[in-house]
Every structure is written in C-alpha cells, then in structure tokens.
Ligand binder design. Structure first.
Ligand code: WTA
Length: 651
C-alpha cells in the first residue's frame, strides 16, 4: 500500500461529532435507524423494495442472480430509464414543475419544466432514430454543460442506445480512442462552449478525432456559440441539431429495455495507459442512483438541488441526470467556471435561485477557502440546508470551513464515497441518522456490505487500516469493462477472490467503526477529484520525440489534492530548458487533455529503479514532497536517487 496521503493518526483522533438535529431526525426521508440491520438480514428484499419505487413495464422474476463475479439484478424485468425520469412525472402535477434551471457562463438563463424536457427528449430520440440509431448502437456525446446534454442522454436511454459521454476537457486524441473503443456510429457535439470567458473548440476536436474513426457515420451539432465559432460543417455527415429538431415527431415510444440491457459506458482511468469503458446496465443502476439521491441528499419536493459536477463524469450522470430526474427534482445546472467573471459566481447563483442542497468536491472547497470568506459573505446563503462532498477525501479543515462559512453551522455535510464503477454512492452519512465526523465518510449505506481487509483478505479489526472491499453485490455495480471482460475480472475481482470487489482505495476504521478513506492504493492519481493514471501521462510524455523515459507521480497539493509531477529523462543531445518544460506540458495536454497537464516537470539523467528495472515512484514522491527518503535498499544504484534529491532541492 502506498503511503497514506492524510495524517491519519490525527484523523482517527477526531472527536468532534455533529449529531443530526431533532428537526432533521423527524423530517428526514430515512429516519428508521433499524434500516441498516433490516437490509443486512435481507439484502435482496431491501433492494427489491427500493426497485418498487420505479415504474416497470413488466415486473422482475428474480431479484438477483449471483455467479461471482457476475451479477444480474431484477431478472426478467422490463423498464425504461427515460420513462422513469420523464413520462411518469408529466402524468402528474409535476408536468409544469421545473426539471432543470440552467445558467450559461455568459449569464443566459433557461428553465425547462418536466413537460419541456419530455418534449425535447422525445423529439431528439426520433432524430436519432431517423439517423439510423437503433437499440444497442453506441452514441458518443462530447458536449458543454447545456440542457441539450441531459436531453441527449435521456433520448439515448429512451431508444436503448448506450451513450458514452466524453468530458469536454479531453483532447481530440482521447476522444478518438473512446469513440473507437465504443465503436460509436453517432457523435453528438456543439460548435463550442465557454470557459472562463474563452471559447472551447469542441467541434474542432471532433473533426480531428473522427478523421481516424471509421465507425462514425453522423455528427449532430448543437449551435452554442453561433458566429463566434469558426467551424467546418461537413455536408452529409454533420447535421445541425436545430434543423433536425424542427422536423422531428413529437412522441417516441420508450423502448422496453431488459433490466440488464446496457444503459451507458463511461471511460475512467486505470493503472495502464488505456482507459476502461465502465459499463452500467439499466434497472440496477437506476435503483441505486434514485434511492441514494433520495436518502443521502434527503430530497424534498420543493427543493432546489445543485450538483456542480460536469456530466462528463459519473457524478453528473448519477446526480445531475438520472437520480434527480427519477425523483422529480428541480436541479440547477451551470455551464462555466466558479471564478467567472468573479470568484463569487457560485454564491451569487445559490442566492439567486435559492439553492437548498449543494453537492460539490473538496478541491472546489479548498479553492474557495484560499480565495477567502469575502466572496460567500457577499451573498445570502440562508437557503442552503444540506451540503455534499465527493471525489476525494475531504480534509477536516475544508470540512469545517464548508460547515461554518457556507453552511453557517446549520447544514449537515454528506461526504459521499463512491466510484464510476459503483454507479451510486456506497459510503455516506444519512442526514437524519448519522452523527458526522469532519473528514470521515462515516458508514456504508444500508444494503452495502463494505469491509476493510489486509493483504491476505482478512477483515481488519476496528482501529486498523487496509484495503476497502465490497463483499456482496449491489444493484448499481458496473457489469463489465466494455470489450474487455477479462480486464474487469482481473482489476476488481481477483485480488481477494472472485466474490470480493476490490475498490483500489485504502481505508481505516476508527474504534467506532467510522470509515476514513485514504486515497488510491494503485498508480491512479486523484487530481482535483479526477482520476488520472500515472501510466497514461507517462506514455504521453514518452510519445514526445525527445523523451527517453518518464516517471509520473501525484504529489500532495493544497488545492488539487494531488498535482502531477513528472521526472523526465531526455534523449542524448536534447536541451533541458524552460521551453522544453512548456513544450512537454503542452504535449501532454494535446495527447490527453488539459486535466492531465503536469504541474511540474523535472529533468534527470536517470530514474531510480529496482534491480529488476521497476521505477520506484515511492521515492520520487518522497523527493517531490520534500520528505526524507524511505527505504532505498532495493535500488539498483542508490546514488541515482541521492543525486536526484539534491538536484531537486537546488532547483
Ligand atoms: C475517490 C467519483 C474519499 C476514491 C464519484 C475513488 C473519494 C475515486 C470520495 C473514484 C470520498 C471519491 N472520499 N475518496 N468521498 N469519493 N473518492 O470514479 O479514490 O471519478 O476510488 O468517481 O475517487 O473516482 P471516480
């Protein structure tokens, strides 16, 4: 296990306890403390009850078929996700309730009621059908945070075409690889987007990507920038969204999907350079996303709920689109950056729309802490009643700041642990039941069988640490890695046997059983809550013609959690100057995307390696974080690392 990234002994001594208030206990959506035991005694019964809150075309015959590591949930059931997110609401008074309140970065506002969203989704589903998209065809979506993005997702769900959303910050090459891996016939994009007042050239990236994607037949192009975007429209292949919609039929019959039919693929970084296409299926996913959204965020009919993630990540899939819409929630959606035009943009929006629930990431909270209280203090934040955190461990100082400065001491904080692979939140407080400790995600949710184990897979007693595992299946779990089932088994279901899911996170439990997540135990970095593999960045670096070798590590960073630091050996004769540093940073941005741009690049004649030739990243991390070097006895040549350390300290 790599060295813990938080001062864990200090964390475990945390004595501050925040109990739910009496009012919360009384009003919470889940207030029966017996729910944990009940779910444990009859896990399948528990999930079946959760599944009954959805509308089924045909009920399931069997709740679970578990042939480790293959799980099938709600077998025989027929259901449609878009029907559950739209049709069943438009049949009620919710028809004219706001589903999405949207604000563009330049300041435009749009409100879409459930009826509006229903109409757009139906029409867009017909648009895709007319372009030949059928049940089972994959569709890649590369779009800004505009209402058409959830519309596209829901329309895919309506016709049973699994979507693969690629975050707009990924480069043309990353997009190309993801399109080809999924073999998508259709790409949906926009002419561009706004970010900090700048234009993001989405369509240009699509053009570059699909030059090498023979599978793509059509591109649907949303006009977001209009004349500001200088784009090329390829006759026959590229179609304007608004033109297609103008002729579209108003109603599209939702496809009766099998519970286990694929709903989407979402790529995430693993320990190799190739991202994994995590596949989620229909019913189990929606059961997990909707139940957790209702219980963890304690959603009430009249709430305005804001999850600040991008839909390009799983948090946006489950907690902007599917969970909230299945629950008939009013959600706020924002296109741009939190510091544009000023660092109070979010707080201005909280006050303007009366946001009640805010769900964001520790990296954002730490950035706000650094910018200072004056920004939130300029606005009335009294509408807030519950706060959430996701993406990485939240340090207790950030937790307390969030609690005191944003929540004014009155909002519970749900620190939610989960992953792309888990589909929905698995470890989190339930606001009406759980006493919170700053920095702890507290306990596994009802129905979730989490444990902490040692190297041999033995459960570690309370007070100890090890690897986080899940010992029973849950409905929203990933079903496979698209196109690579073997890798799925090897990555998640092999370390401790095929019945135990290995999450890849380190975890400790304190004497009261609270879970304290410690960060990744593999070569995956967590940069501002985004998973990036060290291997992916290394291969982008060595792809540069002057780089001989590269080793990448995540070093502790006050705002980002981890920042990317690269140690690079150049080829003979290449110049190691400042220009080379910027050139290499740019190269990585172009290969992967700006999110993977290294913060620091450090040139070295040699990298510290073991006798078998393995780069010792642990020692590089010691150097980059200014620590004394750990054990160096396994090195082939100990002078390499000593030299590197003194060189680093001098630079
Ligand atoms: C980390 C994001 C600690 C963890 C939903 C996990 C967290 C990875 C938390 C998944 C949290 C997420 N506390 N660590 N509350 N939430 N993580 O797939 O390392 O983008 O394995 O899913 O983020 O990242 P992913």
């Amino acid at each position: 296990m790599s060295s813990p990234k938080l001062p864990i002994e200090a964390l475990l001594a945390e004595e501050r306890l925040f109990e739910p208030t009496a009012a919360l206990r009384e009003q919470a959506n889940m207030k029966d403390a017996g729910v944990y035991a009940k779910a444990q005694q009859d896990r399948e019964g528990f999930w079946a009850e959760a599944a009954r809150s959805l509308d089924w075309f045909k009920p399931w015959e069997k709740v679970l078929e578990w042939n480790p590591p293959t799980a099938q949930w709600f077998i025989g059931g027929k259901i449609n996700v878009s029907y559950n997110c739209l049709d069943r609401h438009v049949k009620t008074w919710r028809r004219n309730k706001a589903a999405l309140i949207w604000e563009g970065e330049p300041g435009e506002e749009r409100v879409l009621t459930y009826a509006d969203l229903y109409r757009e989704v139906n029409k867009f589903a017909n648009v895709m059908k007319k372009l030949g998209i059928r049940k089972g065809d994959r569709v890649t979506i590369y779009m800004p945070m505009v209402p058409e993005l959830p519309i596209a997702l829901l329309a895919c769900a309506r016709i049973g075409a699994p979507h693969s959303v690629v975050f707009g910050g990924f480069s043309a090459e990353s997009l190309r690889d993801r399109i080809n891996d999924a073999q998508s016939k259709l790409v949906i994009t926009a002419d561009g987007s706004y970010r900090r007042g700048q234009i993001v050239p989405l369509k240009r990236n699509v053009d570059a990507a699909i030059k090498e994607c023979p599978c793509v037949e059509n591109v649907i192009l949303l006009k977001r920038l209009g004349d500001a975007a200088f784009i090329h429209v390829q006759e026959g292949r590229d179609h304007w969204w608004h033109r297609l919609m103008a002729d579209a039929q108003a109603y599209c019959e939702p496809e009766a999907m099998d519970a286990e039919d694929p709903l989407f693929i979402l790529y995430t970084s693993g320990t190799t350079a190739k991202p994994k296409g995590i596949l989620h299926t229909t019913a189990g996913y929606l059961v997990g996303a909707s139940l957790t959204h209702r219980w963890v965020f304690d959603i009430k009919e009249e709430d305005v709920y804001w999850c600040t993630a991008d839909i390009g990540w799983v948090t946006g899939h489950s907690y902007i689109v599917y969970g909230p819409l299945a629950n008939g929630t009013t959600g706020l959606m924002y296109e741009g950056s939190p510091d544009w035009p000023e660092k109070d943009r979010w707080w201005q929006m909280v006050a303007k729309y009366g946001v009640n629930i805010l769900y964001t990431a520790p990296t954002a909270i730490r950035a706000f802490m650094k910018w200072g209280e004056k920004y939130p203090d300029q606005h009335d934040l009294s509408s807030l009643r519950l706060l959430g955190s996701v993406g990485e461990p939240i340090n207790p100082e950030a937790w307390m700041w969030y609690h005191d400065v944003i929540g004014k001491g009155k909002c519970p904080i749900v620190d939610t642990w989960w992953q792309t692979e888990t589909g929905s939140i698995l470890i989190s407080p339930l606001p009406g039941l759980t006493a919170m400790k700053p920095g702890s995600a507290t306990f596994p949710l009802p129905g979730i069988d989490a444990d902490v184990v040692d190297e041999t897979g033995q459960s570690v007693p309370l007070g100890g640490g090890g690897y986080l595992v899940l010992k029973s299946p849950w409905p929203s779990m990933a079903r496979t890695i698209y196109g690579d089932p073997e890798r799925y088994v090897q990555t998640y279901w092999n370390r401790f046997g095929k019945e135990v899911y290995f999450a890849g996170d380190g975890c400790k439990r304190d004497s009261q059983g609270y879970f304290w997540l410690l960060g990744r135990v593999d070569d995956v970095m967590n940069v501002s809550g985004h998973r990036i593999s060290t291997m992916e960045v290394e291969s982008a670096l060595v792809d540069h013609h002057e780089v001989a070798e590269a080793a990448v590590i995540g070093r502790k960073d006050e705002i980002k959690g981890e920042a990317i630091a690269a140690f690079v050996t150049l080829k003979e004769g290449a110049l190691s100057d400042v220009e080379k540093v910027s050139e290499l940073k740019k190269h990585v941005s172009e290969k992967i995307g700006s999110i993977a741009r290294p913060d620091a690049i450090f040139f070295t004649a040699e990298l510290p390696k073991t006798r078998s030739g393995k780069i010792m990243r642990r020692l590089l991390r010691d150097i980059a974080e200014g620590r004394a070097l750990g054990d160096t006895t396994t090195l082939a040549d100990a002078t390499v690392v000593a030299k590197l350390k003194s060189q680093y300290e001098e630079s």
